[in-house]
Design a protein around this ligand. Sequence first.
Ligand SMILES: NC(=O)c1ccc[n+]([C@@H]2O[C@H](COP(=O)([O-])OP(=O)(O)OC[C@H]3O[C@@H](n4cnc5c(N)ncnc54)[C@H](O)[C@@H]3O)[C@@H](O)[C@H]2O)c1
Length: 278
Amino acid sequence: MTVRKLEGKVALVTGAGRGIGQAIVKKLASEGARVVINDMDEGPANETADAVRAARGEVATCIGSVTAPDFGERFVQTALDAFGGVDIIVNNAGFTWDSVIQKMTDEQFQAVMDVHVTAPFRILRAAAEPIRRFAKQEAEEGREVFRKVVNISSVSGLGGNPGQVNYSAAKMAVVGMTKTLAKEWGRYRVNVNCVAFGFIQTRMTQPIEAGAAAVKVGDREIRYGVQPKLIEALETQQIPLGRMGTPEEAADGVYLFCAPESNYVSGQVITVGGGITF
Ligand SMILES: NC(=O)c1ccc[n+]([C@@H]2O[C@H](COP(=O)([O-])OP(=O)(O)OC[C@H]3O[C@@H](n4cnc5c(N)ncnc54)[C@H](O)[C@@H]3O)[C@@H](O)[C@H]2O)c1
């Protein structure tokens, strides 16, 4: 009989309608987790939910932008109502809105900070009280139960990337958030870690001309992607393993920090980037 490492755990994943978030949900569910799926786009979120249900997994959805001020409470409450717990939180939702600094507007800078920094902060703040309550009860019962937070960063944050002063600042901010929370929540037995992706094949790294990726920020539609020439240069010159990663390979990196084998690892950042180092 196969032992599933996350049997019965309750996992919350943002931005899970597509790309890496969807792959994370499928991986955690395949290991037995019950998952609360968020995305701002309802159709894709439901597709992820249907895929999990088709594989006999348990899911609930919490649709909407993670940047709504009340989103954190709503997300955590969905997990408590649907499954009665909060064991794993993956802060994955995000998009890019690039410009060189002299062309970057305040709106552009702030929108990227909102989705990658303020939203994870609010979600984790909303989870603090239930986590403290569960941990207290488990300690009284003499049980040590580990919970997991995985924040998503980027090589753009760790190393900088021209055209992404907003995104790289935001992705380094979540590293600081990770390290502080690892210190605040150690006493609740929460492992707080960070996965910085290199270049993963999703719509975020599609050729920008294809125009596949778009998110709504207020009334605006923001299109994103990368220049085709850059993709070729990346694969041939910058990624030691010689190609971009798949969403499944990215999700495996997140899973490492959700599995019981990482129970004594906290406050760390790993790069899942095909060998890119800093
Ligand atoms: N793809 C890469 O190469 C790469 C590299 C480094 C880091 N990342 C990070 O990985 C994460 C996932 O990116 P991806 O490549 O899968 O992108 P993606 O565009 O394929 O998927 C992102 C998902 O997040 C959702 N989303 C965006 N803004 C949201 C919001 N405000 N509220 C709720 N949902 C929202 C989108 O609708 C989409 O379904 C992001 O945090 C991204 O910054 C990706």
